[in-house]
Design a protein around this ligand. Structure first.
Ligand SMILES: *Cc1c(COP(=O)(O)O)cnc(C)c1O
Length: 219
């Protein structure tokens, strides 16, 4: 567990970017990690965690949340509409809003329950066919559609193509956010979070660099 080391690198990246240190939210991505690694990070006092799948998170987080106060849980992976209600109950923030049908479902449930997590619109900056997210050219229209539904859009999220220079994708995401008046930028993972901070990330999603390699297949 190298939480302290990652925190130090994050603050150094903020300082290097001329930003006040300690402001970027460090989301510890606990998907598929052995439970003892996650509880060690909880016991070290960290409270912001990210998961990829509703089902996996629902199986482990209610118990941990009962024992540790103040946990803030972020959904990072694709969300099916039939899991939207459960996701809205469990998560404080959803980073993967990526299509009109999901936005409409979230808006309907928000009206019904009177509550909604903060939302990030996922943008497929690399225009990869297998990847979730709206295309860059569709982002302005989709953000406007979400706002029209009354949804609390906090920012944008992206996952750059593995083989490309992430800085280009982070800069594109920042540009789309700026022209839409959005402050939140969810970008940067274990291998590139310092680059993301230099380009304005407000939320970084760091898994293996905190917990160690994930056993088994990628979530
Ligand atoms: C798994 C995952 C991460 C964390 O990846 P690491 O390389 O382990 O830091 C971040 N964001 C998303 C969307 C993920 O699925």
């Amino acid at each position: 567990m190298s939480l302290a080391g990652i925190r130090a690198r994050l603050e150094a990246a903020e300082t290097a970017a001329g930003r006040p240190p300690g402001k970027v939210r460090l989301i510890a991505v606990s998907k598929l990690q052995p439970p003892e690694r996650v509880t060690a990070v909880l016991e070290a006092g960290h409270r912001i965690f990210g998961e990829n799948r509703v089902q996996e998170a629902a199986g482990k987080w209610p118990g941990w949340m009962a024992r540790h106060e103040g946990v803030e849980l972020h959904l990072l992976g694709p969300l099916q509409t039939n899991k939207a209600r459960q996701a809205m109950e469990l998560f404080d923030v959803i980073h993967s809003v990526d299509r009109p049908k999901l936005a409409a479902t979230l808006a309907r449930l928000a009206d019904e329950t009177g509550a909604c997590p903060d939302l990030f619109v996922q943008v497929n900056t690399g225009e990869e066919p297998q990847k979730a997210g709206v295309l860059p050219a569709e982002a302005d229209g989709f953000v406007a559609e979400c706002r029209g539904l009354g949804l609390p859009v906090a920012g944008l999220m992206c996952i750059p193509p593995a083989e490309e220079e992430p800085a280009l994708h982070f800069a594109l995401l920042a540009k789309i956010a700026e022209r839409n008046g959005l402050e939140g930028l969810s970008m940067g993972m274990s291998g590139d979070f310092e680059t993301a901070v230099a380009l304005g990330a407000t939320h970084v999603r760091v898994g293996s660099a905190i917990f160690g390699d994930r056993p088994g297949p990628e979530g």
